[in-house]
Design a protein around this ligand. Structure first.
Ligand code: FMN
Length: 367
């Protein structure tokens, strides 16, 4: 079981909050892998309120005790490296300039942008990055990876999923470039591979994983016709770099946080087969689905997000077949350092006899 990367919008500006020490420690199991919330590689990488970074002294100083808390509890902790690209707004950008992307194409208005006061607005048209800027961002990924290791993290995960900058380069609908970063499959994969190479060169392949969402439509305008072919090319090229793991998002989770029944031809199996190393999958897993995926050899490790967020002792509950706390969406991204963050009860804090309801998977949930 792996703890999923989960943005919680609790940072103090761009500096991780102190309560994160408790939050991550509560979810640590001995020898278990935890991924941080997506963490920005430079000031331009932000697109949500109160998300942390890995590019200033103050951020590194705040991460160190969080990493120590996880290590003390016996956990393995990787930082997820993030640049949102066009999924931002001038309010989050240095000097209030427009956000950047592979091309000057906005995210469809049907998918709104959250402002710092949590009101919603349309995403603006981004400014197209120059080739020199792209090289600068590749370097920023490598520097952030270096900083992560400096702060004590055991490794990094490159966030190349969910419609953010790297995926914006991969997709035809968001990348209309006519230079070597756009057009053909190898060209659209170039930025991702350059980031993976630079990060690997900086901290070593044994400390690097990558997250891909082959069927993602979140912050995107549908799927590309050559999407599976592109992902297959990308996975094979990434395999040459001997990264520690590949982490894919299940098609049932393709629209973000909602589980939908995927078309039968959408499956992660081809990527699992093409990947020689450890294969992680996330998205809509319950205990029975996770057990099945492990038994079938469909995955090596199952990544849990929402259930683990709401159940700090999720592994223990699975072992005991115990009921689960319900997750509260209202506090996913609220700034409160306690409510919905560190106050989900452990099993021994729940009064016996509390009524439960049953999830479709058969899991009992505290109502
Ligand atoms: C509150 C919340 C925040 C999330 N933040 C991130 C993130 O920072 N990085 C990322 O790659 N995915 C993020 N995701 C997606 C999760 O990592 C995961 O893929 C998704 O929740 C599906 O898994 P689950 O069904 O076990 O929750 C987020 C999801 C939720 C619910």
């Amino acid at each position: 079981m792996v703890y999923a990367p989960l943005t919680r919008c609790r940072a103090l500006g761009t500096v991780p909050c102190k309560a994160a020490q408790t939050y991550y420690r509560q979810r640590t199991v001995k020898s278990g892998l935890l991924l941080t919330e997506a963490t920005c590689i430079n000031p331009q990488a932000h697109g949500y309120p109160n998300t942390p970074g890995l590019y200033t002294e103050a951020q590194l100083a705040a991460w160190k005790p969080i990493v120590n808390a996880v290590h003390k509890a016996g956990g393995i902790f990787f930082a997820q490296l993030w640049h949102v690209g066009r999924a931002s707004h001038s309010v989050y950008q240095p000097d209030n300039t427009p956000p950047v992307g592979p091309s000057a194409i906005a995210i469809p208005a049907s998918q709104p942008c959250m402002l710092p006061d949590t009101s919603m607005t349309a995403y603006p048209v981004p400014r197209e990055l120059t080739k020199e800027e792209i090289q600068g961002i590749v370097k920023d990924y490598a520097d952030a990876a270096h900083n992560a290791v400096e702060a004590g993290f055991d490794g990094v995960e490159i966030h190349s999923a969910n419609g953010y900058l790297i995926e914006q380069f991969l997709r035809q609908t968001s990348n209309h470039r006519s230079d070597e970063y756009g057009g053909s499959i190898p060209n659209r994969c170039r930025f991702c591979l350059e980031v993976a190479e630079a990060v690997t060169a900086k901290v070593g392949a044994a400390k690097v994983g990558i997250r891909l969402s082959p069927y993602n439509t979140f912050l995107q305008d549908g799927l590309d016709e050559d999407g599976v072919e592109l992902m297959m090319y990308l996975v094979k090229e990434l395999a040459k770099l001997k990264l520690l793991y590949l982490h894919c998002i299940e098609p049932r989770s393709s629209t973000g946080h909602v589980d939908v029944e995927p078309p039968p031809d959408q499956t992660l199996l081809p990527f699992r087969k093409a990947w020689p190393g450890a294969f992680l999958a996330a998205g809509g897993f319950t205990k029975p689905l996770g057990d099945e995926a492990i038994k079938d050899g469909a995955v090596d490790l199952v990544v849990f997000g929402r259930w683990w967020l709401a159940n700090p002792d999720l592994p223990e509950r699975f072992v005991e077949g115990a009921a689960l706390n319900k997750y509260d969406r209202k506090t996913f991204y609220s700034p409160d350092p306690v409510k919905g963050y560190t106050d989900y009860p452990f099993l021994d804090q729940i009064k016996p006899g509390t009524p439960t309801r049953t999830h479709y998977s058969g899991t009992k949930i505290y109502a």
